[in-house]
Design a protein around this ligand. Sequence first.
Ligand SMILES: C[S@@+](CC[C@H](N)C(=O)[O-])C[C@H]1O[C@@H](n2cnc3c(N)ncnc32)[C@H](O)[C@@H]1O
Length: 208
Amino acid sequence: MGSGTLPPNAYVTLEHEHLLVLRNGDEPRDFPPHDPDRYAAAYFWEERNRWFSDVWSDVRGRRQSLPAAHGDRERSAAYPIEIPYRLINMFSVRGDTVLDPFWGTGTTTLAAMAAARASVGYELDAGLVDGFDDRLHGIEEFTADVARDRLERHREFVRDTEASFDYDATHYDTPVKTKRERDIRLYRVRDIEREAKRYRTSHEPIEG
Ligand SMILES: C[S@@+](CC[C@H](N)C(=O)[O-])C[C@H]1O[C@@H](n2cnc3c(N)ncnc32)[C@H](O)[C@@H]1O
């Protein structure tokens, strides 16, 4: 800290990640009417209200240590998986391919797997890429937990709110607030096969 507890030497710490959302191509993106991949990728109404806010105060930083085996760096600079997971759900549909040009430890790919999207990345540090296999242990259960947590949080919201719900979800035993959420489908990784630096992932919808 040096004399950082005395004015005027203290400096402001950077406690926020800033996200820039840039788009190209047709705006809005064109979909066939009732495109099943788009409708399955719906989010719950209350998720929409939380996610499309300009400050996410419910996402906390994570410890950024790295096992020595994964390169020379002490810190991964990884972000919490909730950040790419939300963004992927907000701005892509089921089956899209997500590109992360600064892939690091592959958090974006884990999030894409949880959201049933394909992904591709570039990373300069080969040690980080080799470490990705370790992050895949238990991915089937992890992605099932992510999906079940969303469903459970939605059911809590239904229980705790006095608002009325005019629709029922098609695939889950729960009411939903809007017509466009009805076909929401949440997925888990069923199986994953590795071929060199490619992973072939199959998904299945969670029940409930
Ligand atoms: C902040 S880290 C990304 C961390 C990542 N989001 C995660 O969760 O692990 C940025 C990464 O970009 C990589 N990088 C920087 N310049 C690059 C380039 N020109 N091409 C590919 N990767 C690059 C760095 O090696 C570093 O791992």
